[in-house]
Design a protein around this ligand. Structure first.
Ligand code: BUP
Length: 448
């Protein structure tokens, strides 16, 4: 590359939880003078553009350009169906990527693409790059501990801890490496996923070997022993909010910030389950009634479904909701940093987890699937900055449990103090001379 500046082609698996941190990485790279081409699916480019309330929203800056590839699905197809999406992507995009790269390079011959960065499930893009002599890296969007668990799959099978389909042979406490804290086999990130999904992870981990750097949106303080498992695991987090490039798939409700301004300091219970989880109707009712029971105001995100064919759940007749505000989608980082927020009832997706840690807000944990259980374990048992919501014998989190745990959490001064301390440690890693910033600089030098 004659300009001496790396040019990254970045390509996320097309869900919000991958697009967000990858976009944040791009902004950090752009601040260091790098050039970036961001590949959206056509579908996501359209929806992010319309949610951003302006057709030019994703035009990019002089350093970040947006391009698109079709995901191979019809506009009305259900994009919440992982198998459908991944097989369509793998069936269509690999053949199109070389031409896209050639076209980009032809327009900018002095500044050709030097490195491809993909997120999980996009290892095929590193394969394409490898054949063209382009370097590859992974941005791992979950915790380093989840990456470590996936990395350890062969040894977990070898040691008889899980069977070849990923199912734990018995419930037990294990260590992924000698210095790591003990974890429950039930919290392994693929627990509860299908055999097909597990084999998809196994395949993907093999492909990812092509990425020389596995960038983790984490810090040495958050997951110290995990990061020591392999020299390939490089913490560069916490990635910070992208301020110029809006990339939400749904329109943000900004009235929620004005509403928060009207609430007393540290009074509001914020409730959100990320971009994918679906709350089943019975559970939805119990949650609504639980929020009525707590004697605090609440801000509840009831997100539109990812599948246009599915309706939102209905509110029970007894539900008042008078103390709360219900919205479709919020600017979550701004919400978490608002002085009125008291705690976060969270599904423990890794992005939400980091955002909450960086705000110093304590958690009530309500995981739904995959790595969310690992994250809950860290939040409650390792960092001790939150409490678990327990299910009853029918698998429901009851309204009384919600009320009880909100009271317990807000009365627990130790948890609140630890949350503030963890915030400080974590935010410092991304500061100028922090370890994550130094890692990012090394990565940029390598990618030239
Ligand atoms: Br809800 C909501 N506004 O209203 P996770 C979420 N977000 O900005 P996911 C908003 O979406 P998995 C809202 O800040 C975070 O960056 C939120 O990512 C943002 O969960 C992102 O927390 C959600 O990682 O995936 O997407 O459900 O659980 O698989 O990590």
């Amino acid at each position: 590359n004659q300009m001496g500046v790396p040019h990254f082609l970045v390509i996320p698996y097309p869900v919000q939880g991958h697009v967000n941190p990858l976009m944040q990485l791009c902004e950090a790279l752009a601040k260091h003078g790098c050039k970036i081409t961001f590949v959206h699916t056509e579908f996501n480019h359209k929806r992010a553009n319309s949610a951003g309330a302006g057709p030019d929203n994703l035009k990019g800056s002089s350093r970040i350009k947006f391009v698109t590839l079709p995901d191979g699905l019809d506009p009305e197809d259900d994009r919440s169906d992982f198998n459908k999406v991944i097989s369509s992507i793998k069936g269509n995009m690999p053949a199109m990527l070389p031409k896209l790269i050639a076209d980009i390079n032809a327009l900018d011959v002095d500044n050709c693409i030097t490195c491809i960065v993909g997120t999980m499930n996009m290892g095929w893009a590193l394969e394409v790059g490898n054949k063209l002599g382009i370097k590859g890296a992974l941005l791992w969007t979950a915790s380093a501990t989840s990456l470590a668990a996936c990395y350890c799959i062969p040894s977990l099978i070898h040691d008889g801890i899980i069977d070849p389909d990923g199912i734990p042979t018995k419930n037990q406490k294990i260590q992924l490496s000698p210095k790591m804290p003990m974890m429950d086999t039930a919290d392994l990130p693929w627990a509860g996923l299908s055999k097909t999904l597990f084999s998809c992870i196994v395949q993907e981990m093999k492909t990812l070997e092509l990425g020389e750097w596995w960038l983790c949106n984490s810090t040495c303080d958050l997951e110290p022993q995990t990061l020591a498992i392999s020299p390939r695991f490089i913490p560069i987090g916490p990635l910070m909010e992208s301020d110029t490039n809006k990339n939400s798939f749904w329109q943000e409700d900004t009235t929620s910030l004005e509403w928060l301004d009207q609430q007393p300091p540290k009074s509001v219970v914020y409730v959100s389950f990320g971009s994918l989880a679906i709350v089943e109707p019975n559970q939805f009712k119990e949650l609504a009634l639980g929020l009525d029971l707590i004697d605090k105001p609440f801000l509840w995100v009831v997100r539109p479904s990812n599948d246009n064919n599915k309706a939102n759940s209905t509110y029970p007749d007894e539900f008042h909701g008078s103390k709360g505000k219900i919205v479709n989608w919020v600017p979550q980082r701004k919400i978490l940093n608002h002085p009125a927020i008291a705690c976060f009832i969270s599904h423990c997706g890794w992005n939400s987890t980091l955002e909450c840690v960086c705000s110093g807000v304590p958690f009530l944990c309500w995981p739904f699937f995959s790595d969310q259980f690992v994250n809950r374990w860290y939040i409650c048992d390792v960092w001790k900055v939150g409490l678990k919501l327990d299910k009853d014998e029918n698998g429901l989190i009851l309204k009384g449990e919600i009320r009880k745990k909100v009271d317990q959490l807000l009365g627990n001064e130790e948890i609140k103090a630890r949350s503030l301390k963890l915030k400080e440690l974590t935010v410092n890693s991304s500061a100028k001379s922090g370890r994550s910033s130094m890692n990012l600089e090394k990565f940029i030098n390598w990618a030239k």
